[in-house]
Design a protein around this ligand. Structure first.
Ligand code: SER
Length: 350
């Protein structure tokens, strides 16, 4: 008998860490975690199985389904927006072809076990592309259907995968003589920049905010690569996980769309710096914008309209900006680096 599980791809990434930490407290399907790098040993004990490998590796994926019956997929693996610009075709392979493979897997699994497979997909504010700063200011809180003209490969990939998911969920093989639903229950969130107290993102463009606060907590100087006035939405990681879980648990009949904005707070980089300095008065944070990366931030919206998520499945963030700093980020980051220092000293002195 194969075991029913939830599969998490990109499990070693930031959202993966937060999600596994949440799911381990729940009595749900076992977790099978997949990542290009070995899963963090702290996380391994919460997973029924961990696999190291590439989502593009058909052999690995084939092996996976011989052992497990997959009922839900959190497909988190992706190359983020900055990294993707260095190798756009590789990003396309990972972000689009990889997603298609996982959607196919969901479809095949649904056919095997006869239940639909939920496919949770983190899309992004990178799916938007505003042409210039004036338009961005005028646009304010954007709806899901506005300004879908991404300028990054990552944004194009995310936007296309939203369509791919919607196609499988609603229109799969619509011309077949006996057309049947694909069994893929695709649901996506357009995440803002996510900030975790325990991990740092790699290769994103919204990384300046998490990098700023983590550098300050470690006593390192930080040069911010966007302008002080740059404004995009952000969210504390526990709210990111909460949004994924709420969307997964929402009854299908409540969903009026497949892709939802979720908002939380939206400070400028300068406002974010002020809060970091309030928490870490010794912090040395300067602005040295890197024009190409700063331009990407200028194409992302200043804020998102998340009315449909609030209406359809009760979305509401727990953390506004002060609470995110005072109750989540600062205490946890301070503790995290203090413990890390103690671990390092223990290693050195035995
Ligand atoms: N955080 C992502 C990035 O910067 C956006 O979704 O690429």
């Amino acid at each position: 008998m194969r075991k029913p599980v939830s599969l998490i791809t990109g499990a070693n990434g930031e959202i993966g860490h937060g999600l596994i930490d949440y799911l381990r407290r729940q009595d749900f399907h076992d977790i099978v975690a997949l990542d290009l790098n070995p899963i963090d040993p702290q996380m391994q004990r919460y997973c029924a199985a961990t696999l190291t490998g590439d989502i593009l590796d058909d052999f690995l994926m084939g092996r996976l389904v011989t052992e497990y019956e997959i009922h839900r997929i959190y497909h988190l693996a992706a190359l983020l927006s900055t990294r993707a610009e260095y190798s756009p075709e590789t990003a396309h392979r990972v972000n689009v072809e990889g997603t298609l493979k996982l959607i196919r897997l969901a479809h095949e699994q649904a056919r095997w076990h006869g239940h639909s497979v939920q496919f949770l997909f983190p899309s992004s504010i990178a799916a938007y592309g505003l042409p210039n700063a004036d338009t961005k200011t005028r646009a304010g809180r954007v709806r899901e259907i506005d300004w879908n003209f991404p300028t990054t490969m990552y944004g194009c990939n995310k936007l296309y995968c939203e369509h791919l998911g919607r196609y499988y969920a609603q229109h799969y093989r619509q011309l077949a003589a006996e057309s049947a639903p694909s069994g893929v229950d695709f649901r996506a969130l357009r995440f803002p920049g996510l900030i975790s107290a325990f991990t740092l993102p790699t290769g994103g463009t919204s990384d300046f905010a998490p990098e700023m606060v983590h550098a300050a907590a470690q006593g390192h100087p930080y040069k911010c690569f966007v302008c002080p006035e740059a404004r995009i939405p952000f969210m504390a990681m526990p709210d990111g996980v909460k949004a994924l879980i709420l969307l997964a648990e929402a009854p299908a009949e409540k969903l009026t769309q497949r892709v939802y904005n979720v908002g939380s707070f939206s400070p400028t980089a300068a406002e974010f710096r002020t809060l970091v300095i309030k928490a870490f008065p010794q912090a040395e944070i300067s602005f040295e914008p890197d024009p190409p990366r700063a331009r990407i931030i200028d194409t992302w919206p200043a804020d998102v309209d998340d009315t449909p998520a609030r209406r359809d499945w009760g979305w509401q963030p727990d953390y506004d900006l002060p609470r995110a700093f005072n109750e989540y980020l600062v205490p946890n980051i301070v503790r995290y680096y203090k413990e890390q220092k103690a671990r390092d000293e223990h290693r050195i002195h035995g």
